[in-house]
Design a protein around this ligand. Structure first.
Ligand code: UDP
Length: 237
């Protein structure tokens, strides 16, 4: 598979076309951002850690019956994936209160949310990713009713699979964000799963081990990313 031109540059990943129109290459960069890209920083090794982390999670999901875009890792920071027609909607699940919901509802961080909450956001940095709901998706034609139902089902299944998976690794899956796309009109999980797009707390100490360390200037970002990656089976040689 030959890497061709840069096709899309996101906040932490760059997408490249290949000589096969059905596949693209995701390059995980060392960039980390907050406030919808208004604040950017680089951390050595982050791209490599998130690439490996993402691969392990996507493999786990694939083996558990979730269709994902993943094909194979090409290098420390690159993965070959199916080229999807991405849907501009973020699917968020919350098992515990943290982040925007704490601010929005004035509830206590860490409160257990049972059954888990489910939020939708429109992917639009210039509008600060506004919160939406299913009716917006239909009215504005972002996703068909059938595809939406599938995405919601896959989101809940993913939560069930990963909650147990992280629990076995001594971690609480507090919340996470997924993005879906279409491949031959089938719903497929795209984008990434990493500590950039999820909240992971140590089960015993409740210590944060994800992007909140960066958002809240707590330090130890890369050390925590490396530790959670190690706990789920990434080996750094
Ligand atoms: N999230 C994300 N991208 C976004 C917004 C949220 O990956 O553009 C993730 C975030 O890392 C967290 C979950 O989705 O794991 C819920 O985020 P929240 O709504 O609390 O917003 P935030 O606190 O990130 O502004």
């Amino acid at each position: 598979m030959k890497k061709l031109a840069e096709f899309y540059r996101g906040k932490a990943k760059t997408v490249y076309t290949t000589d096969d129109p059905h596949f693209v290459i995701l390059e995980f960069r060392n960039d980390i951002s907050m406030l919808d890209g208004k604040y950017l920083k680089q951390f050595d090794r982050k791209g490599m850690i998130n690439n490996q982390f993402n691969y392990i999670i996507m493999q786990k999901l694939l083996r558990s019956g979730i269709p994902t875009q993943i094909e194979r890792v090409l290098s420390h920071h690159e993965t070959l994936v199916k080229k999807l027609k991405m849907i501009p909607v973020e699917f968020v699940v919350r098992n515990r209160a943290a982040g925007s919901i704490v601010k929005r509802l004035g509830i206590k961080e860490g409160q257990i949310l049972d059954p888990p909450l489910y939020d939708l956001f429109l992917k639009n940095d210039s509008m600060n990713d506004p919160i939406i709901n299913a009716s917006y998706c239909r009215t504005f034609g972002w996703v068909s009713e059938v595809h939406f139902a599938k995405m919601k089902e896959l989101t809940y299944q993913t939560n069930h699979i990963l909650k147990n998976f992280f629990d076995d690794a001594g971690l609480i899956l507090v919340d996470f964000k997924l993005e879906f796309g279409l491949f031959n009109d089938e719903v497929v999980l795209g984008d990434e799963f990493s500590p950039d797009v999820s909240r992971l707390w140590d089960k015993k100490t409740l210590k944060k081990m994800d992007k909140d360390l960066f958002r809240q200037s707590l330090g130890g970002v890369i050390e925590a990313y490396e530790e959670v990656a190690r706990r789920i089976g990434v080996s750094f040689n």
